[in-house]
Design a protein around this ligand. Structure first.
Ligand SMILES: Nc1ncnc2c1ncn2[C@@H]1O[C@H](COP(=O)(O)OP(=O)(O)OP(=O)(O)O)[C@@H](O)[C@H]1O
Length: 255
């Protein structure tokens, strides 16, 4: 069998006596959308932070594309194609949608445009940025200042900025939080189309989105993976049902 794109082995992290990540092991295959679900405070965000390089684990390894990246910082991981989707707060509110994405293209491309004249460089950056805006459904909105976009559009723009880094593996932390029903449906459709192009690890509370999108689901409870499998396997797992006992919306979605 071929190697997974991401292999996490025995990852642990504690804050004092609080073990937020306990011996987590997990494989993510290329081309898959792998969702990580779990009740509030289970340690999902802390786990993603260790995958992105934002946070150092106490022990364990993160192997990406066959390389041990455990000790690499976030910027080095982004350069290798392992990126976390940008938070809305990192969008430059006073800049246009196009400028936000063009800056991300420039940051990634570095000096590779150095042979162009300045005007041609700007054109090339903008052309590439326009493509990402079109990919996320923001064609026609490029001239709008980011701060004036709707909440859903900001999330789309955040995805365009993430795509500009040309990720091979994208980490998404609750991309649907705060979106309305229609905006959520649009974003789910967007993730569905992006699945063929980039491998994704998704943390999401919206179970309908998780079960619609995920190829595999891992369930984190008190920092430990208690179940991992296809959506159907996870749905039927007694430990998963027990973990969500009392959370009616999730119980309904589990069926
Ligand atoms: N820097 C920190 N120092 C101390 N405790 C922390 C720190 N960061 C997170 N925690 C604790 O670690 C636990 C896991 O938090 P985390 O945010 O990763 O959970 P989560 O599953 O993402 O939660 P939610 O679904 O509510 O976003 C929580 O109990 C949280 O209070």
């Amino acid at each position: 069998m071929s190697q997974p794109l991401l292999r996490v082995e025995g990852l642990s992290k504690a804050y004092g006596a609080l073990k937020v990540t306990q011996n987590v092991s997990l494989d993510v295959d290329e081309g898959q959308l792998h969702a990580i679900i779990g009740p509030n405070g289970a340690g999902k965000t802390t786990l993603i932070a260790q995958l992105s390089g934002q946070l150092r684990p106490d022990s364990g390894t993160v192997v990406y594309a066959g390389e041990d990246v455990t000790r690499l910082d976030m910027a080095s991981r982004v350069q290798k194609g392992l990126a976390r989707s940008f938070q809305i707060t990192t969008l430059l509110a006073g800049f246009t949608a196009l400028e936000n994405v063009a800056l991300a293209v420039q940051a990634r491309a570095g000096s590779s445009f150095r042979f162009f004249r300045p005007a041609a460089t700007e054109q090339a950056l903008n052309d590439e940025a326009m493509q990402y805006l079109a990919d996320v459904g923001l064609a026609g909105r490029e001239g709008r200042v980011a701060g004036s976009l709707s909440h859903g559009e900001k999330r789309q723009l955040e995805m365009a900025v993430a795509l500009a880094t040309q990720p091979r593996l994208l980490l998404l932390d609750e991309p649907l939080a705060g979106t309305g029903h229609e905006e959520a449906a649009q974003l789910i459709a967007l993730f569905d189309t992006l699945k063929s192009r980039v491998t994704m690890v998704l943390i999401e509370h919206d179970m309908n989105a998780v079960f619609a999108l995920a190829d595999r689901v891992s369930v984190l409870v008190y920092g430990q993976i208690v179940a991992s499998g296809t959506p159907a396997e996870v749905r039927a797992d007694a430990k998963v049902r027990a973990a969500y006992l009392g959370e009616e919306e999730v119980s309904d979605a589990l069926g």
